[in-house]
Write a protein that binds this ligand. Structure first.
Ligand code: ZDP
Length: 278
């Protein structure tokens, strides 16, 4: 195929980044992307991210394919990697802030002097029909409503960051049978577009622990949109403050849900690992 790529990760949530600035459609199919994500027969990654030309006045467009050959609307760790990738491609004329068109709207990552990336992730969407979920009433928020999974009733809160999230609070995240419970939540009938699922343990009002089962990618070491959704769920349940650290298996994300403009701000690393050609 003669396609160059760079492998990146954000707290171990890893992606194959493709320079797709020369055309408006991704150069790979969903199936080709899934093959490349295979950790034995491919490069190995949680997903493939394409840097495409901007539209409607934005700098670039981001598209993300999950490792199961499905497409997601948005990704938090991935857009930090995309911002670094673009700056690398632009070289001397690189900017420090980009307006990125995504299927979830315009998202704005900013490259910070300390090497981290801070992202304006936009406002959370909270109505059942926006997640989407058939739980509760379509024009109401879903906050700590009971959901039957694996013969047990779980209190869940649903949040969309452009992609769907189902959050539940647990005593100890290390005791969660993620490989068993994750798929049952992901494919539950109340989620017509499936869902990402976050298990949250409150440590302090400004510090929580999280394990995540991602839609279309399984257990990952971190999820940026998931961390944002988790802080929203914690605030709605009065369990944490609007500024909190989210500890994931792959590291820590700093999340702020602004009371002033209701927008979420996520700060964290993005690291290039190697380049190659497929
Ligand atoms: O919504 C989904 O299908 C997710 N699997 C997309 C990837 C989300 C990501 N892990 C993130 O950080 O938000 C990249």
């Amino acid at each position: 195929m003669g396609i160059e790529f760079t492998k990146y990760h954000g707290l171990g949530n890893d992606f194959i980044l493709i320079d797709n600035r020369h055309q408006s459609e991704p150069v790979l199919t969903l199936q080709q992307a899934a093959q490349l994500c295979d950790r034995h027969f491919g490069i190995g990654a949680d997903g493939v991210i394409f840097a495409l030309p901007g539209q409607n006045g934005t700098d670039y467009t981001m598209r993300i394919y999950n490792s199961d050959a499905s497409e997601a609307e948005m990704c938090g760790n991935g857009i930090r990697c995309l911002a670094k990738f673009i700056a690398e491609l632009e070289g001397k004329s690189a900017k420090t802030q980009y307006r990125i068109h995504t299927l979830a709207g315009v998202i704005t990552p900013e490259l910070l002097a300390d090497g981290q990336v801070k992202v304006d992730m936009g406002e959370p969407r909270l109505l059942a029909e926006e997640i989407p979920t058939t739980l509760g009433s379509r024009d109401r928020k879903i906050v700590e409503l009971p959901l039957e999974v694996a013969g047990q009733s779980w209190l869940v809160t649903c949040v969309s960051m452009g992609n769907p999230h189902c959050i539940t609070f647990v005593e100890d995240v290390s005791l969660i049978a993620l490989e068993t419970l994750g798929p049952l939540f992901e494919h539950h009938a109340v989620f017509p577009k499936r869902t990402n699922t976050e298990f949250i343990q409150i440590i302090r009002r400004d510090y929580v622990k999280m394990r995540v089962w991602e839609r279309g990618a399984g257990a990952t070491l971190a999820c940026g949109t998931g961390a944002c959704a988790a802080v929203v769920a914690c605030v709605l349940a009065s369990k944490c403050d609007r500024i909190a650290a989210v500890e994931l298996p792959g590291g820590i994300l700093e999340i702020e849900w602004s009371a002033a403009n209701q927008r979420l701000y996520m700060t964290g690393p993005a690291v290039a690992v190697f380049t190659g050609k497929i």
